[in-house]
Every structure is written in C-alpha cells, then in structure tokens.
Design a binder for this molecule. Structure first.
Ligand SMILES: Nc1ncnc2c1ncn2[C@@H]1O[C@H](COP(=O)(O)OP(=O)(O)OP(=O)(O)O)[C@@H](O)[C@H]1O
Ligand SMILES: [Mg+2]
Length: 363
C-alpha cells in the first residue's frame, strides 16, 4: 500500500532528516516508526502525504507514484493525526471532525451525521460535539484527533504520536481501543511513537530510526526482539527482551505438556505412579468432564484410598489459549507447583506449561 524506495530528505540548511530509507507497508498493516527525538519520524510521515517533498527517491502509494498525483487527490485517501493533536481551538469538536468533509464539499447534515458516527466509534459522548478542544480532557482530545483523521474513511492513516500527551493509564486504554478499532476498520496505518513498548503493542512491523534519519531495522516485533540487527536496536529495545517476547506469544501457540493428571476416583497408588513419571510431588485432579478441580500433594495422600478423599488444594493458576506466555510465566512463579495449567473455554484441563517449554520457545 505504501512503499518508500531509497527516500531522502535534506532540508534547506543541510539537515538530513531522512536518509535513504526503504520501507514497505502492506495493506491493512500497522507500521510503527520509533526512534529518538529528531530522528525523522514526523518527516517520514509527511513525505507520504507530500506535506514534505523528498530530495531523492520514490514514494508509491496504492500502486501510484505519489509525486505524479495532485496533492489534494493523494491526501483525500490519507487521514493524518497530527503530533500534539493539532485541533483547531476555535472550532467545536463537531467542527474539528468535519474539517475534511467540509473541505471536500459535504452537506451540513451529512457532516453532522458523520461526526456523530465517528464520535461513537472512538468512544466520545455525543454531548461533547458542541464543546471546544480546551473543554476536553487530554484523552478525549486525542480521540477527536483520531476521529477527524477517519472522517472521509481514508484507506491510509498517518498517526503522529496520537497518544503522546496522556498519562500511562489513559494511554493503555487508548491503545486497546485503537487495536479493537483497527480490527473493525482495517486501515493501512503508519504510526509514530518514541515509546518502544507502545510500538511493540501496536505494530505489525516496527521501523527503528536512528539520528540522522537512518532506518536501522524494519521487522515484526517478534523478529526485532529475537534478533536485533545491531547494538543501537538492542539498546533501544531495552531490558527484558525475553519477557517482551513472551508477551507476544499466546499459550495456544506452544504445545502444553500432558502433566500429571488424574480423576478424583483414581487410587492413591496409581496417582503416585503418575506423579513419579512426571517427576512431580503433586497431581492435578479433574472431574469426570475433565474440568479442573484442584491439586493433590503426594505428602497429603497417606492413609486414604482415592485421590478425591483428601481436601484438594487450589489448582495452580490457570491460563487460557489467548493469554500470553508472559502471563503463563507469572502463573508459574506464583504457583507452588511451578507450572501453569492451561484450561479450555469451559474450564477443562488442557495440560501444563512449564519453564522448559518457555525456554524452548525463546531459544
Ligand atoms: N521544516 C524543517 N526545516 C529544517 N529542518 C527541519 C524541518 N523539519 C524538521 N527538521 C529537522 O529534521 C530532523 C527530523 O525532524 P522530525 O520532526 O522528523 O523528527 P521526529 O523524529 O519527528 O522528532 P520528535 O520525536 O521530536 O517529534 C530534525 O533535526 C529537525 O530539526
Ligand atoms: Mg515528530
């Protein structure tokens, strides 16, 4: 959908803001540009909608050479969320959202209707429509910026630090909403941030820029974390790369071990064999429908016939298919058994996740 071929931008005065960048963004993908202040992220976005013209190289948007298109035509297909929201202070929220529809000649009722629809989409109460930007919270202003960029339903969105000016809690919520919204609207998005964790959360692919507008690496979050191209990238990704990777893998993507599992009616001697074979001093106990009932420690099984005859301990913390391996690790280090149990949608036992499984995944 968007291709930069060896694109450079040298501003008058000699600053190289973007240096021979190659970048390809597929349709429906979120590409995140990340890097230190002044490394050319905003300039790269503006090259795409031609608010900045390249010094050299070629930019192709939706199969067409951007330099050959009239700018108004190019920009109609590209929503732009400006850094620091850039809302017009003297226009109402509805007026701000309706900026582009108005420019392209929509009728007043159509603009009003579209604004209402978009406010609902981004989670803004309808009664804010007649307010002015200074009468909104930071998070609400960010949402208005996103709604404004979506107004004429462009296939491409350029978003320059859209959640930059809010506290971490609001930011996390906006990120979550954004990902949900993207499931729905499936835009091709170039998203700028200087927060690597935000990049990892939001991006299908991440472009790591260095000062001087050099693109150091462009890869999926998993590939970046697994194999940073150089020391700058590794440093930028920060500490706990292994944990960050685990957060990107769902438990459904690894094979759970069968684990020592028995029914409540199982004779104690048999349960001990099951535990010995698994190398544990406990067994997971399930009911007839294989739903998780609890854990029995071998030490507690003296003097009874069947496993279900003793008071079962709470089962190890369980995780579901959609949880991440990082969540599983948290369960492991919190459970006395040292494992996490994976359960199905109905709470049925699916097996255990062990630290060995995580280690194998990381290597
Ligand atoms: N119009 C301009 N004229 C001259 N230099 C410019 C212009 N716009 C940007 N620059 C310079 O180009 C470089 C890249 O700027 P850019 O705004 O793209 O950085 P950025 O990565 O978005 O930074 P930030 O994270 O602070 O927003 C900077 O050194 C900046 O000073
Ligand atoms: Mg910027």
């Amino acid at each position: 959908m968007i291709t930069l071929e060896h694109v450079s931008k040298v501003f008058p005065g000699g600053t190289t803001a973007v240096d021979a960048v190659d970048l390809h963004v597929a349709e429906g993908e979120v590409a995140v540009l990340v890097g230190p202040s002044g490394c050319g992220k905003t300039t790269t976005l503006r090259l795409i909608n031609r608010m900045v013209e390249p010094t050299s190289g070629r930019i192709v948007v939706d199969g067409r050479d951007a330099s050959a298109l009239p700018t108004h035509e190019l920009r109609r297909g590209i929503g732009y969320v400006i850094q620091h929201t850039g809302l017009f202070p003297h226009r109402t929220i509805e007026g701000n959202i309706g900026t582009v529809p108005e420019l392209v000649g929509w009728s007043k009722p159509a603009i009003r209707e579209r604004a209402a629809e978009l406010m609902e989409l981004v989670g803004l109460p309808r009664e804010l429509a007649s307010r002015y930007p200074h009468q909104l919270s930071g998070g609400q202003r960010q949402r208005v910026g996103v709604a404004r960029a979506l107004a004429v339903d462009p296939p491409i969105m350029l978003m320059d630090e859209p959640f930059g000016a809010v506290d971490p809690i609001v930011r996390a919520r906006l990120q979550e909403e954004f990902l949900r919204l993207q499931q729905e609207v499936r835009k091709t998005i170039v998203f700028v941030t200087h927060d690597i964790d935000e990049a990892i959360t939001m991006g299908d692919r991440i472009a790591i820029f260095n000062v001087g507008g050099r693109l150091e690496q462009y890869a999926s979050p998993r590939d970046l974390l697994a194999e940073p191209a150089n020391a700058f990238v590794a440093d930028f990704l920060g500490a706990e790369r292994g944990l960050k990777r685990l957060a990107l893998v769902r438990t459904s993507e690894v094979e759970a071990a069968p684990g020592p599992v028995v029914g409540a009616e199982t004779p104690v001697e048999e349960a001990k064999d099951v535990a010995n074979q698994a190398g544990t001093d406990w067994v997971v106990v399930v009911d007839a429908g294989r739903r998780l009932r609890g854990v029995a420690w071998l030490a507690d099984l003296g003097g009874v016939e069947r496993v279900g005859d003793v008071a079962l301990q709470d089962p190890p913390l369980s995780v579901r298919a959609e949880d991440s391996l990082r969540t599983a690790l948290d369960a492991m280090v919190t459970s006395h058994t040292g494992v996490a149990v994976r359960v199905g949608p109905e709470g049925t036992y699916e097996g255990v996740l062990t630290q060995d499984i995580l280690t194998r995944e990381l290597t």
